[in-house]
Design a binder for this molecule. Structure first.
Ligand SMILES: [Zn+2]
Length: 263
């Protein structure tokens, strides 16, 4: 193994190039099979960029739904791949890595004209705040890695999630593969252009790895979550502080602990 940085890549599906509506990210619907290929190709472009940038090791986690979206038989042979569930850590052994990439991510729930915006589940989570700041999955995952001293170096997806990432993490690289026009529509780069952009951004991010600071949330981490539906605020749990019938708060010593207490 070389001396370059080791990189962990979380891959979601909503911000993948070529994906613009909910049928494409739902395994029961047509459009999903093609999106599985798009997700795999964005990943391969990212892995190639990481190695172009001098990475010594790349581990990729398939992080959409049950974690079985990407096509194992089409993966770039230089990286390792986590698929299916991970029982203990959202990003296994993240503390051993030098940088995190959030590939194919999407804006927080409620963002205007953002492709497939949501926070963790589109079913009933709505407004989530971390220590009072409106936040989405970028902040949760950057914060989990940040607690281990790992900087989030690149976010890819639509223009809205890229803006969200830049507002949270100064100096982060972003790759906008589409412009959100609606929750269910986008103006997209073509395949070659999107993959070239991702590859270049990954290379640059890995080269600049040491210059980007980890996002570390103040401790204890306090997360407030407003849900859309009645009757889903967890009850009878020591760590849940109900605020009203649709809002509750949890506190954790780390971002991962606070996040898990929402579930
Ligand atoms: Zn997803």
């Amino acid at each position: 193994m070389g001396h370059g940085p080791s990189i962990f890549v979380m891959v979601d599906m909503e911000g993948i190039s070529g994906v613009c509506n909910s049928a494409q990210v739902d395994s029961t619907q047509s459009g999903y099979a093609a999106a599985q290929r798009f997700m795999t190709w964005d990943t391969n472009a990212c892995v190639a960029g990481c190695f172009d940038g001098g990475a010594s090791r790349v581990v990729v986690r398939d992080a959409h739904g049950g974690g079985l979206n990407m096509l194992w038989d089409e993966f770039d042979g230089r990286a390792e791949y986590i698929q299916g569930r991970t029982a203990r850590q959202r990003m296994p052994a993240i503390e051993t890595f030098d940088g995190l990439i959030l590939l194919g991510y999407h804006a927080m729930a409620g963002t205007v004209e953002a492709v497939l915006e949501h926070t963790m589940t589109s079913k009933h989570w709505q407004n989530l705040r971390i220590n009072g700041r409106p936040s989405g999955e970028v902040a949760i995952d950057a914060g989990i890695a940040g607690d281990s001293g790992v900087p989030t170096i690149l976010v890819t997806g639509d223009d809205k999630v890229c803006a969200e990432a830049r507002a949270l993490i100064p100096g982060i690289e972003t790759a906008e593969v589409k412009k959100g026009l609606d929750c269910q529509g986008a103006q997209m780069l073509a395949r070659e252009a999107a993959h070239a952009l991702i590859r270049q951004a990954a290379e640059k991010a890995v080269r600049r790895c040491g210059q980007i600071k980890p996002f570390v949330a103040d401790k204890p981490v306090k997360i407030t979550l407003e849900v859309v539906s009645r009757g889903v605020v967890p009850v009878n749990r020591d760590w849940v502080r109900p605020i009203d019938g649709r809002t509750f708060e949890v506190t954790g010593d780390t971002m991962e602990q606070a996040f898990r207490r929402l579930l």
